[in-house]
Design a protein around this ligand. Sequence first.
Ligand code: ADP
Ligand code: MG
Ligand code: ZN
Length: 503
Amino acid sequence: MAYEVVIGLEVHAQLLTASKMFCGCGTVFGAAPNSQTCPVCLGMPGVLPVINRKAVEFAVRAGLALHCAIAPMNRFARKHYFYPDLPKGYQISQYELPICEHGWLEIGQNGTSKRVRIRRAHLEEDAGKNLHAGIVGASHVDLNRAGTPLLEIVTEPDMSSPDEAVAYLKALRDILVSQKVCDGNMEEGSFRCEPNLSLRPAGAKEFGTKVELKNINSFKFVKAAMEYEIKRQAKVLNEGGKVAQETRLWDTEKSETAVMRSKEEAHDYRYFTDPDLVPLRITTEMVEETRKALPELSAAKHKRFMEEYGLSDYDAGVLTAEKDLAGYFETVTRKTECSPKEIGKEVSNWVTVELLGLLHKGKPKADGSMEPLTIGQSPVSPQELAELLVMKRRGEISGPAAKLVLEEKFSTHYVSASQTTSVEALQTIYGIVQRKNLVQISDEAAIEKIIDEVMAKNPQQLAQYRSGKEAVFGFLVGQVMKSSGGKANPAKVNELLKRKLSA
Ligand code: ADP
Ligand code: MG
Ligand code: ZN
């Protein structure tokens, strides 16, 4: 039996605020247990929560980046359940009126793109942590995390494979990180995901019964857990059974999922509006101001690079994968003062192939081994690369010579740093071209002179060419290049040699 996989994802993203959602306690990860607590987040009676403005701003920013509608009127609700890491006996969350709704996010997969709809994203507070490991005869509770602001982001069941779900998670994390609202650290739990997965016979309209997966803290495990679950559910269905609606935990050691709780054991959360918190209004002005200040998303940048610079999907992808690299590329292009379409492809080649190649090779360490460099550490500034490419465009240096200049710039950078300024003067692009005698000969008279000499020295080849053996042309070009010491402008040599031979 062939099945279709249906996946919807719930993500809890910890917002990067300095203080908690409803009190002034700090949010630093790894602090001494219970050192970041106060009567509010400890759930003492008689204290009142106050909404963290920054958390609201971050939620609006994330919501806009995910193309959501932002609710002008928000309410917080109490979600009741009992567990030692939840001091109040309820979690403050949002239920009927979430702050963000009806958004979408685009995922790219092998050249095709697909929209995953975001059903809602709401603000809530995190719970504490129960500690069991290494403690005999007891469990300890650390409430440092209790009250930390979370944005829970829920999709429609729009994904149809584990790869698509992982692509969604990566794209979502990318957006939250680039918007600076979440650090995206899965291991520390600041980006947690819970996949919901079901199977249905291929072509069926109705969804099958879903299972919710928890306890997953890396992209690798998300994929493994979903793949395991697909096999497990297919087996149940193939054997004529029914998939039970339940929550299952991923077991990293055994690489399998196991039941945590069934539908019958599901909580009745007894949601109701939190009477301690006033309704939260978000003005149109605040939404519009945030919208204006949104940093460009990498997906949008990717698209723009293809349109504005005429780059391929692949090249645009490489350049926009890293913000600094994209910035470097744009600065070089601007500094050449050529039109983006005209020079974009060439700059992209030099940045992604030559420059990244040299950065990857890196710089020498004290022990003689090499250490890779980041784009921010490049010994060649965008201004310098632009200068080099302009010289090449004007025919002042050849392509191979330009590569030599780049290499020279890298190999002398770390030596010259400790030497005098007179040496450094030679490390400018122009200085290297001069010192290495790389200026290309484009002067027609000079090239013609060399051609005449070559023709005089090779009467036999000349005769061959004239009798129709065109392959000899390449040989003659080679001779001219050789006698110019590799510095003649090859395009000019071709043009002038053709002219002379047909004369
Ligand atoms: P619950 O009330 O159990 O939390 P929801 O309807 O709120 O269920 O959905 C939670 C998540 O599960 C959403 O991301 C949704 O897209 C996804 N989902 C819902 N139904 C299915 C299904 N049949 N198969 C896979 N995912 C589903
Ligand atoms: Mg759920
Ligand atoms: Zn507190």
